[in-house]
Design a protein around this ligand. Structure first.
Ligand code: DSN
Length: 420
């Protein structure tokens, strides 16, 4: 197959090869990225991409659904089993669509949603003013307190004031475990629905290492499938049985057309992997690696938002620690082969293009098999890269060390060796 592509379209083939080399020789520290399984890549590149299958198993709008039904039923059953959900929908194309589906399924335009402030760790699709959803629904905000933790007295105070129809928790840069019971209590006090977007920590919940909002009575839980869950790019909507029909109708025909059945096949494979004992061990190591990485950064005097982490990610205040804006820190780190992303810190005075920090996490290095020793080394390299800004020999030395580390821990997948 690769030979066929190489011969027919060398431009595309070379870009794929370039990306494979980049992924092998750089260390991925962006907490929302991961290296998926070769088995998932195999399921993705299949003839299921040829098929239209609007509707749901047993009730589609086109013929020829024998095998699409098998795949979708498998994926849904595995998702329900893994997360202990009454209902699962696996058709959402990715995170943004998945969250829109839930808002439209359970709310009316103009209804209010109480969600986390973006600079405190919330997500764009939780009603950022630049998203279309902010034009349809009224979003209100809660923030983390001065200690970097959510203050539930404050969340309740805001909820009593704005009377939201839905309370939404979940995050893309909040480094602490969420107290789902706390959100549940606030929601019960004001008669709101509860939704958790656990996209970042979906794999850590599936692996039994972090709390599962469904076990705390949440109505709906969403997660993308490609972050800590290590699957293909997609979205999973899990809910109580009473919302099943509304959610399914909201996906199709409400928001989407034909589901991407090749992706659903790959999601089914990833969910099978996530139910294996090895995945539990992976999730535990992702967390212990984050403890080591954060601990070593703190030993070096780095300022971490909230002073550390309970999950897989951390946010370094690079302005406070090194006098370097997030945008510049990201560039310096990329030059030495450490992939991070610029990140707003709580109430950041800089724009989202500049930012005062960078975000990093351990799902991808853990997939490569790295452990405590490597996390200590990565923290040391990170700090050297930022402390020695402008030292090109120093940067070259760090780049070589990163390359050597990556070569010792190859990324999985049909990827070339680093030297190729
Ligand atoms: N881009 C993902 C993240 O980095 O958190 C989610 O949008």
């Amino acid at each position: 197959m690769r030979d066929l592509l190489q011969e027919y379209d060398p431009e595309v083939f070379d870009a794929i090869l370039g990306e494979e080399r980049r992924q092998q020789s750089e260390l991925e520290l962006i907490p929302s990225e991961n290296y998926t399984y070769p088995e998932v890549l195999a399921a993705l590149g299949t003839v299921f991409t040829n098929k239209y299958s609007e509707g749901y198993p047993g009730n589609r709008y086109y013929g020829g659904q024998t095998y699409t039904d098998v795949i979708e039923r498998l994926a849904c059953a595995r998702a329900r089993e893994l997360f202990g959900a009454d209902h699962a929908n696996v058709q959402a194309l990715s995170g943004a669509a998945m969250n829109q589906v839930v808002y439209y399924a359970l709310l009316e335009p103009g209804d209010s949603i109480l969600a986390m402030d973006l600079t405190h760790g919330g997500h764009l699709t939780h009603g950022s003013p630049v998203s279309h959803m902010a034009r349809v629904f009224q979003f209100h905000r809660y923030k983390a307190g001065a200690d970097g933790r959510i203050d539930f007295d404050e969340v309740l105070r805001i909820a009593e004031q704005v009377r939201p129809k839905m309370i939404l928790c979940g995050h893309s840069s909040y480094p602490r475990e969420l107290d789902y019971s706390g959100f549940r209590r606030v929601a019960d006090a004001v008669g709101a629905l509860t939704m958790a977007d656990v996209s970042h920590v979906g794999g850590l919940i599936a692996g039994g290492q972090l709390a599962n909002p469904l076990e705390h009575g949440f109505d709906v839980v969403t997660t993308t499938t490609h972050k800590s869950l290590r699957g293909p790019r997609g979205g999973l909507i899990l809910s109580k049985g009473e919302f099943a029909k509304k959610i399914d109708k909201s996906v199709f025909p409400g928001l989407q057309g034909g589901p991407h059945m090749h992706t659903i096949a790959a999601i089914a494979v990833a969910l099978k992997k996530a139910a294996e004992p090895e995945f539990r061990e992976y999730a535990a190591r992702t967390l212990s690696n984050a403890q080591v990485l954060a601990g070593r950064l703190l030993e070096h005097g780095a300022q971490l938002v909230s002073g550390g982490t309970d999950n897989h990610l951390m946010v370094v205040n690079t302005v406070g620690s090194y006098g370097i804006e997030g945008r510049d820190a990201q560039k310096l780190l990329e030059e030495v082969g450490l992939a991070t992303n610029k990140q707003l810190i709580p109430d950041d005075s800089l724009s989202a293009q500049r930012t005062s920090g960078v975000r990093l996490g351990t799902p991808a290095p853990t997939t490569r098999g790295m452990g405590a020793g490597e996390m200590t080394a990565v923290a040391d390299l990170f700090v050297r890269a930022l402390q020695n800004k402008g030292d090109s020999d120093g940067a070259e030395a760090i780049r070589s060390e990163v390359r050597a580390l990556c070569a010792r821990f190859p990324a999985p997948g049909p990827l070339l060796p680093t030297s190729a």
